[in-house]
Ligand binder design. Structure first.
Ligand code: ZN
Length: 299
């Protein structure tokens, strides 16, 4: 009898252990070309994700701009999450095919900042991002999409897609309290100094609008409430798109990514994209409507 009891306790302990010691989410960051400081942003992303204890991050770096891209082909099979931190030369056809397959089968994807700039003529990628900017985008890329009268508004006016005013601190406005990424997050929070993307265009297949921000004409903006953080409706994929996080000069001087709001949204969006759930509590140092909060060490 004693032996059986001991065995049962042992089984219980093992079961308990397997629940608490979850394997980290295997994550691949695609980077290597960008009009942004990708050596800083890709490391910042890796540190933010890994310092949470929830993720293991590999970084795949492309050849330099203008060089032969044929070696840039990822094996997505061992990853639950792909973070795109890339804005550069076209990917090889095999890479494009594998990325679309990964997405369509239900892969988790984070589109980060300028990752919504490249490949304006690659239709599937445009649909994976829902909205994009620059690189010749115009009315042929899809409508301008922004928040108007409490809903998403699609504006077919012609004109260039993608711009931003000067960098400044701005308030994010909550548009969804039920999505797993959003549970417990405040109605408004103040983001550290960053670009505020505006006049973005694209197919506009946004699934859940999470946060918008007002792009003030006084800072060179559009005068519209711009969609900045949302999920995308694309086959079975879970796609989290954040336009925040213009990388700074160094890891130490990188306010938009050192912002707690940026980090927490990235962490929650990444977990949701990978698993469909968010197990993280809203931290005590989350910014308020009036005060920016920083985690200088990305943890
Ligand atoms: Zn930028």
């Amino acid at each position: 009898m004693k032996k059986i009891c001991g065995l049962l306790i042992l089984i219980g302990l093992l079961a308990g252990f397997s629940v608490s010691a979850k394997k980290p989410i295997n994550t691949l960051v695609l980077t290597g070309q960008n009009n942004h400081n990708w050596p800083v942003s890709s490391i910042a992303i890796k540190q933010i994700l890994e310092n949470s204890g929830l993720f293991h991050v590999d970084i795949l770096t492309s050849p330099e701009k203008g060089k032969d891209m044929s070696s840039f082909v990822a094996d997505f099979s061992s990853y639950s999450l792909v973070v795109v931190d890339y804005n550069g030369d076209n990917w090889p056809e095999e890479m494009k095919k594998r990325f679309v397959e990964y997405a369509r089968k239900g892969g988790g994807i984070v589109i980060y900042h300028a990752a919504d700039n490249p490949f304006p003529d690659w239709d599937e990628y445009s649909r994976i991002c829902a909205l994009g900017g620059w690189e010749g985008r115009n009315e042929k890329s899809g409508p301008y999409v922004y928040w108007k009268d409490g809903a998403l508004f699609k504006d077919m006016t012609s004109g260039a897609g993608g711009s931003h005013g000067k960098q400044h601190e701005y308030v994010l406005n909550n548009r969804n309290t039920k999505h797993p990424v959003m549970k417990g997050l405040p109605a408004q929070w103040l983001h550290a100094k960053d670009e505020l993307y505006d006049r973005m265009r694209g197919p506009g297949n946004i699934k859940d609008m999470l946060y918008t921000a007002y792009s003030d004409k006084e800072t060179g903006g559009s005068g519209r409430e711009e969609p900045l953080i949302f999920t995308v409706d694309y086959h079975k994929a879970r796609i989290f798109h954040t336009m925040l996080g213009h990388a700074g000069q160094t890891l130490e001087d990188n306010p938009s990514m050192q912002c707690v709001g940026f980090q927490v949204l990235l962490l929650r969006g990444a977990e949701w994209a990978a698993t469909g759930k968010v197990t993280q509590k809203v931290p005590k140092d989350f910014p308020t409507k009036d005060s920016v909060k920083m985690r200088l060490e990305y943890k």
